[in-house]
Design a protein around this ligand. Structure first.
Ligand code: NBP
Length: 499
């Protein structure tokens, strides 16, 4: 196709798999003529067919990087949606040779933020502007309104701001997009979003397990409970789809059974949860709920080992999960209400961990992230969208320096109101051998964070004893070391010397 004979497109998109195709159609539907390109050209034709079927949308297909780039208005803006990693580098190489200084590349993939920072440097040597943009919402979000997290060149953002504002999901306080910050901040924020998503999914699965094993609830009862929860404080995409999942029948059993019971209990993953936990460790930020959800995915992968372990321990005399409760009367109504409260309180702790990771990274990198604004752009379009993100937004608006969501005046009150129910659920699960690593990690996080004095004094003493690492005192300044072993053997009171 000779681009010079055609009207130029407002924007281009390269990479037409699930995300790219849908985002391109979304952009076109919002009235922005778009050029599309894919390495395997059959996907260009697929996209053009869909554009025709879905309302003759203004999409022009291109079969070579050159034609594609030259079909764009200047300064050119190209969104890339290919598999993260080297496919992005290869796509940049293929396209950038036809681009001019001032043109922009916007990578919408789930990219490791340092790769984006490297590409910002590399492309800037050629005068190109670069953005790493988190895109959340899966196929449906990409087509009808995702949450967008663009970070990198502010000028590149300004060049496409009008497009992004229209394409993003729309909520009561605006489109779910905002300029995130410099460097790889957009990718980092998307990564933490996914880590929080891991936590949410784990917590929901634990609520399901407790209700099923302790309460003996059927899938149809669970469907009703989740639908009911979705009308209250837990209203969210993940709670809504969970309710829907319980209603789907299995075709292979002639519609007698529910599909959810036929699914192999091994969780897949693509890496963003692992990155979140690695980064939390690097930055010394406690993220136990997110880490527990990642560990649980690893353990779920050991299906055969788990089956063997179940057999070996059964032979050794262990009782099945929930067996200890047999014969005990369970107040189902109270259990359901307790689990709802435990889920909510656990979620607050999980989001607190994600937000604090973002803050720590923002300080380290000088990104100046606005946590309230991040909560706002997650209110719609993305997988973790939830009514309570509005409350998180307001908490950070009340105090931009809020050290932890747990101590926000509204959240602290809610946690205390739910504390007893939360402990009942965790206690019941532990007693009956039901693993709830996410809910108990959240509760332990809460119980550790809220205590003015921890047994860390003893750990410091141990460190000083075996490694002369010194310690500080609660009653006077300075750094101290004590000859613990010598003094203990002499039976004397240790008098620490100033270091
Ligand atoms: P995939 O991640 O499955 O990638 C497929 C695309 O990458 C195709 O267009 C493919 O071209 C292209 N590609 C590959 Br693979 N190697 C390439 C290379 N060497 N050079 C050029 N193109 C290459 O697509 P996706 O699921 O649409 O996801 C796109 C990005 O968005 C990923 O980073 C993903 O993590 C992220 N994301 C996905 C979702 C989701 O729900 N799927 C949600 C949010 C973010 P080909 O057709 O020629 O093979």
């Amino acid at each position: 196709m000779d681009a010079s004979t055609l009207a130029l497109s407002r924007i281009g998109l390269a990479g037409l798999a699930v995300m790219g195709q849908n985002l391109a159609l979304n952009i076109a539907e919002k009235g922005f003529p778009i050029s599309v390109y894919n390495r395997t050209t059959s996907k260009v034709d697929e996209t053009l067919d869909r554009a025709k079927q879905e309302g003759n949308l203004p999409v022009s297909g291109h079969y070579s990087p050159r034609d594609f780039v030259l079909s764009l208005q200047r300064p050119r803006s190209v969104i890339i949606l290919v598999k993260a990693g080297s496919p992005v580098d290869q796509t940049i190489t293929a396209l950038s040779q036809f681009m001019d200084p001032g043109d922009s590349i916007i990578d919408g993939g789930n990219e490791w933020y340092e790769n984006t920072e490297r590409r910002i440097r590399e492309t800037s040597e050629r005068g190109l502007l670069y953005i790493g943009m988190g895109v959340s919402g899966g196929e449906e979000g990409a087509r009808h309104g995702p949450s967008l997290m663009p970070g990198g060149s502010f000028q590149a953002y300004k060049n496409v701001e009008d497009v992004l504002l229209k394409v993003a999901a729309q909520v009561d306080d605006g489109p779910c997009v905002a300029y995130i910050g410099e460097g790889g901040s957009g990718n980092f924020v998307k990564m933490v979003h996914n880590g929080i998503e891991y936590g949410d999914m784990q917590l929901i699965s634990e609520a399901y397990d407790v209700l099923k094993i302790v309460g003996g609830l059927s899938n149809s009862e669970l469907a009703d409970i989740f639908a009911d929860w979705n009308r209250g404080e837990l209203e969210s995409f993940l709670v809504e789809i969970t309710g829907d999942i319980f209603r789907v029948k299995d075709v292979f059993s002639g519609g007698n059974d529910e599909l959810v019971d036929k699914i192999l209990d091994k969780t897949g993953m693509k890496g963003t949860g692992k990155w979140t936990v690695q980064e939390a460790a690097e930055l010394s930020v406690a993220a136990p709920t997110i880490a527990a959800s990642l560990d649980c995915r690893y353990l779920s992968g050991l299906k055969e080992e788990r089956e063997d372990a179940a057999r070996v321990l059964k032979e050794a005399g262990i009782r099945e999960a929930g067996e200890v409760l047999v014969g005990r009367s369970i107040d189902k109504k109270r259990l359901i209400d307790d689990v709802r409260q435990a889920l909510y309180a656990s979620k607050i702790c999980s989001y607190a961990q994600g937000m604090n990771l973002l803050r720590a990274k923002s300080i380290q990198k000088g990104w100046n992230l606005n946590l309230g604004e991040l909560a706002r752009i997650w209110k719609g379009g993305c997988i973790i969208r939830a009514i309570f993100l509005d409350r998180i937004k307001k908490a950070y608006e009340r105090d931009r320096e809020l050290p932890n969501l747990i101590v926000d005046r509204e959240f602290s009150r809610e946690m205390v109101q739910r504390e007893t129910a939360w402990r009942r659920v965790v206690g019941l699960a532990i007693e009956s051998g039901i693993s709830i690593p996410g809910m108990s990690a959240s509760l332990q996080y809460f119980d550790t964070y809220r205590r003015a004095r921890l047994p860390a004094n003893l750990v410091q003493a141990q460190r000083d004893l075996f490694g002369a690492h010194t310690y500080e005192r609660v009653d006077r300044p300075g750094s101290y070391h004590t000859e613990w072993t010598k003094l203990a053997k002499q039976g004397k009171t240790g008098v620490g010397a100033l270091n």
